[in-house]
Design a protein. Structure first.
Lengths: 213, 857
């Protein structure tokens, strides 16, 4: 599904990734662990087509995306990727319902029933008209999860999804992610620096100083 | 010192970081201040020109004796006056026109010997002036040549430098109705004489211009008691007035013109204030985390207020300095427009100086700082109310304002109603000479709409939410969501557009209505085939007559069926100067084409021919509450005479009051039968162009005349009208620019504010194009809603301008007429321009690197 070959990336004078090779099969739930500054988020941004490597190639389903144009990357991301972030990153001026609906709209799809379905699946019945600032952290992350899944992406990229939550809520969220992705065969790439969160994944990878250990 | 460091870190760094927003607000303030100050300088110079004209060249003269009709009088009285007061100075004065430089000049004849002795001026063979003498008059002057050369004039150094004239040069000049040559015999460097004044010896003046035995006025340096004694010996046709009073009267004539211009330019300041308010407000919202942190570190509310106030005033200071430079440029151009309008409507002035003084510069700076203080007051105060925890909760800032939305709406409605009420009070009761209440009303209406704009926008967004989301999908949802979440910010941008479109609608309606009414006036007043007046007369009305021969020659042509004489004089009504127009009414009535006026008008003209009746302008009717049938008393050389008012008409050719009288009374009471202008009626089928050609051939060798056909005169009137509104067009254009800046300002601030949201949309798969569309859609919604609000405000303002302001200020009856087609076109342009305001933020947004705002590594 996802294949990275000799990926190198620098920001300014800092070499963040120094020749990453990684292969992820379809349906894998993989965690990438590493300390702060090790290159975890950079790796996610590359797979999620938010950035381009300086050297190396990225293959998604056999297609080499590292040479895509910005337009092509956007289309790829819109259709195949769902992001979950540490700080939720919901759009503050629209409701929970509308936040979840956004990926569908960006893909030109109107399916309110599906939105309601996902609201139910993440346990937010009755909160669909709430604005993000009216929701707790856990609730906001549920919205973010629903948003990441609603357009049926093949790849879910989760960057420290429990980082802003207490451990209890963190487990709840991880249970939810696992539950929603297990049945659908999605590929989940989870970045975390917490061991107990990494245990949710079938495969674990460590990254240190820009290389995979 | 510590506070200065805080200012450096918090204020100056932020100003550096927010370059674009900072630049926009500085431009807004600069435009507002520049326009206001430029127009003020131009109109102040106009008033100064009046004062100089009245003062004459004798700085000590505090009284003057003039003919009540404003014409030259017999000099015999001078001897009697001199017996009572030694310090009397006879003066002859007229205006001349120099075609080479297209300038009007003031030619003043002085009694040189007395003048020189009185002012202790040094002559060629006398020792130089001691210290304390007249400023600049410390060189020796060639008075010998001044006497010898009959056409010799002394000009000012300013005039000489401006046009590179020097001693010995000869200037072809149109004076009265002939062409003359004036020879420069000396150049005087002094502030005492207005730049465009040329001085001649009075004897030479009388000889050269055929004014032997006449004076224009007698200046006196005397006291009140002596003045009263002199008054008793003067004949009925002469009066003695204190120069100060004359100046006050004349100043009041242009007061309305000045105040109206100034008020309109004040609106530009208001829009500039909006921009600055917006910038500080956005700065506060953006930096609420920073403010929260500052507060949690121990900064008190006062410190926070000071910081943002200082930020506003720094921007205001820079804007004011730029505004001063701009004001100087505006003054340069305004001076021409103001000079032209006042010279046409009131009396000839010549403004040679438009350079801002130190005082005016300082005044502009203070005004700019004051405006900045006002603009930053509210956001600065709001900044102090941010608590440390507010930084973590999004949406809470705007939420706070939402609580007060109903209160704001109520205040807004109250302001609008008050504004309408005050304007009505002015319309109905006219408590002041100037329509202050109407202007307060307009300001209240603008303020009122500003207060209700957030509620108005909320309602509009509620209405358009579903359709926008249906049509524009994700773009619509994001845009409406953004706008609903930032109502107050967007309402500021909306008001920028609303005020701009209201101004456009109000002024265009005023101009269109005015032009329409003017065309009606032209139709019934400009009825002859050919008009002749002196080439030197650049005002609508001059008081010196044409030579009688011109009338005789004109009448001698076979094409001519009749020649009407028209004579203007200065009359006095309730101690104020008005224009008296003595016309050959029967000629006008009989020989004008019937299409030019209706039967009622014809009847009124007949009444004027037959009886002791007059027509008065609207201005006099409004000012003094005069109606048809009322008597009015007019001072004539034969004493006071009573006439009855039979007609009240609109007069757009002057704003100092106009009385229309049959010529019979000119002969009977003033003993005059001359004309300042003649109108010629020709046979049907006459080739007017040919006829004028023949007239010119016959008259040009001996006279300098302006000879126009009916169409040319109509065009000239429209041309003057257009020039009078030139400043208004400039104000409109600047208001549009400032309002556009307001929209760009708001949208750009949103880009900076929404970097994270834009990044999220990119992560969700939104393209830059889609993100750009959200800005375009925001700009479009702001544009449409703003223009719509403007279409409510605009007609309201135009009604007040037309029926209250203009009526009270100038006495002009203007028939309200909305130019729908033209307005539609202009508002479309405004809308399209507003939409394009969305492109700049789109471009700026593309520079955002989404990873920076999402990744927390």
């Amino acid at each position: 599904m996802v294949r990275l070959e000799k990926i190198e990336k620098s920001y300014g004078n800092t070499r963040v990734l120094k020749g990453i090779n990684l292969e992820i099969e379809k349906g894998d739930f993989i965690s990438i662990m590493g300390s702060s500054g090790s290159g975890k988020s950079t790796l996610l941004n590359l797979i999620g087509a938010m950035d381009r490597p300086e050297r190396g190639n990225i293959f998604i389903d056999g297609e080499e995306i590292s040479s895509y144009t910005d337009e092509q990357l956007t289309i790829y991301r819109r259709g195949k990727v769902g992001f979950i972030f540490q700080f939720f990153n919901l759009l503050p001026n629209i409701t929970a319902f509308e936040n979840i609906q956004m990926p569908l709209l960006l893909n030109g799809i109107e399916d309110e029933a599906k939105v309601f379905e996902y609201i139910k699946r993440v346990g937010l019945n009755g909160k669909e008209d709430a604005y993000p600032y009216q929701l707790s952290g856990g609730e906001q992350q549920r919205v973010a999860i629903a948003r990441a899944l609603i357009h049926d992406p093949e790849i879910i990229l989760a960057d420290e999804p429990t980082g802003s939550l207490d451990s209890e809520n963190g487990r709840v969220i991880m249970d939810l992610i696992k539950e929603l992705t297990d049945k659908t065969g999605k590929t989940v790439i989870l970045v975390t620096h917490e061991g107990y969160i990494a245990e949710y994944a079938q495969k674990r990878v460590r990254i240190k100083d820009g290389v995979i250990l | 010192m510590k506070f200065l460091k805080l200012i450096k870190i918090v204020v100056f760094r932020n100003i550096r970081e927010e370059k674009f927003l900072t630049t926009l607000s500085i431009i807004g303030v600069a435009l507002g201040i520049g326009l206001f100050v430029g127009i003020k300088v131009a109109s102040d110079r106009a008033v100064a020109s009046f004062e100089a004209d009245i003062q004459g060249i004798n700085p000590y003269a505090n009284y003057e004796i003039v003919d009540i009709s404003g014409i030259d009088f017999n000099e015999d009285v001078y001897r009697d006056v001199r017996n009572l007061e030694e310090n009397t100075f006879p003066v002859l004065k007229t205006f001349g026109y120099i075609p080479e430089i297209k300038e009007t000049i003031d030619i003043t004849g002085i009694y040189t010997v007395k003048f020189v002795r009185f002012l202790n001026l040094p002559q060629n063979n006398s020792p130089p002036l001691s210290k304390g003498g007249m400023g600049g008059l410390d060189k020796r002057y060639d008075f010998e040549n001044f006497y010898i050369e009959q056409n010799g004039v002394i000009i000012t150094k300013k005039f000489s430098d401006r046009y590179s004239f020097k001693n010995g040069d000869t200037l072809k000049t149109f004076v009265y109705d002939k062409e003359y040559s004036l020879k420069i015999v000396d150049v005087i460097d002094t502030e005492m004489i207005p730049a465009n004044t040329m001085v001649m010896d009075i004897g030479n003046y009388q000889e050269y211009f055929h004014k032997v035995g006449y004076l224009t006025r007698i200046d006196l340096a005397t006291d009140g008691k002596k003045a009263e004694e002199i008054r008793k010996i003067l004949p009925a046709y002469l009066t003695i007035e204190e120069k100060e009073e004359v100046f006050k009267n004349k100043k009041s004539l242009v007061a309305s013109f000045r105040y109206n211009l100034q008020f309109v330019s004040l609106i530009s300041i208001l829009v500039g204030m909006f921009l600055l308010y917006n910038t500080i407000f956005i700065s506060v919202v953006k930096r609420r985390t920073e403010i929260g942190v500052l507060r949690s570190l121990g900064a008190d509310r006062k410190t926070v207020i000071m910081l943002f106030t200082i930020q506003g005033m720094v921007l205001g200071c820079i804007g004011s300095i730029l505004g001063i430079i701009l004001g100087q440029i505006v003054a340069y151009f305004s001076v021409f427009a103001v000079e032209k309008t006042i010279s046409t409507m009131y009396s000839t002035i010549s403004i040679s100086d438009y350079v801002m003084t130190k005082g005016e510069t300082l005044g502009a700076l203070i005004l700019g700082l004051f405006v900045s203080l006002l603009a930053s007051a509210i956001p600065s105060f709001e900044s102090s109310r941010i608590s440390p925890d507010e930084s973590t909760r999004e949406g809470s800032f705007e939420d706070k304002y939402k609580r007060y939305q109903k209160v704001f709406s109520s205040i807004g409605v109250l302001c609008i109603v008050s504004g309408a009420v005050w304007s009505y009070v002015d319309y109905r009761y006219t408590p002041f000479e100037f329509p202050f209440l109407a202007y307060v009303g307009i300001l209240l209406i603008i303020i009122g709409f500003t207060f209700i704009s957030p509620s108005y926008l909320s309602v509009i967004l509620k209405i358009i939410k579903k359709p926008s989301e249906k049509i524009f999908k994700a773009t619509g949802k994001i845009t409406i969501g953004d706008m609903r979440g930032n109502i107050y910010r967007f309402s500021v941008a909306l008001m920028s557009v609303a005020i701009s479109s209201a101004l456009i609608i109000a002024f265009l309606t005023l101009i269109f209505s005015f032009r329409n009414s003017l065309n009606g006036w032209i139709k019934s007043n400009i009825t002859a085939d050919v008009y002749i007046k002196p080439l030197s007369c650049k005002s609508n009305y001059c008081f010196y007559p044409l030579s009688d021969e011109i009338y005789t020659i004109a009448k001698s042509f076979p094409e001519v069926v009749s020649v009407a004489k028209f004579r203007t004089l200065q009359l006095e009504l309730f101690d104020k100067k008005v224009i008296g127009a003595f016309a050959d009414i029967s000629v006008k009535r009989i020989y004008s084409d019937i299409k030019y006026f209706d039967t009622q008008q014809a009847e009124r003209l007949k009444e004027m021919e037959d009886g002791k009746v007059v027509g008065i302008s609207d201005y006099l009717s409004i000012k003094y509450g005069l109606q048809r049938g009322d008597p009015i008393k007019l001072k004539t050389p034969k004493g006071e005479e009573t006439f009855t008012i039979n007609d009240i008409f609109s007069s757009y050719s002057t704003t100092s009051g106009f009385i229309y009288i049959d010529r019979r009374w000119l002969r009977e009471y003033w003993g005059l039968d001359d004309a300042t202008q003649i109108s010629i009626y020709t046979q049907k089928g006459t080739d007017i162009k040919q006829f004028i050609h023949k007239l010119k051939e016959r008259l040009s060798p001996d006279y300098s005349l302006e000879i126009m056909n009916n169409q040319e005169l109509r065009e000239k009137v429209i041309n003057i009208f257009n020039k009078s509104f030139a400043i208004t067009y400039a104000i409109e254009l600047i208001s549009i620019i400032v309002s556009l800046i307001g929209v760009v300002n708001t949208l750009l601030a949103l880009v900076f504010e929404r970097k994270r949201e834009i990044s999220i949309i990119r992560y969700l798969g939104g393209s830059w194009k889609q993100i750009g569309h959200t800005f375009t859609l925001s700009a479009s919604i702001v544009g449409i809603t703003g223009i719509f609000l403007g279409t409510i405000m605009g007609p309201l303002m135009s009604i007040i301008f037309i029926h209250v302001v203009n009526k009270i200020s100038f006495g002009w009856e203007i028939h309200f007429k909305i130019p729908f087609l033209y307005l539609s076109f202009v508002t479309l342009i405004l809308f399209l321009t507003t939409v394009t305001a969305g492109f700049i933020p789109s471009k700026v947004a593309r520079k955002i690197d989404p990873k920076r705002f999402i990744s927390f590594e």
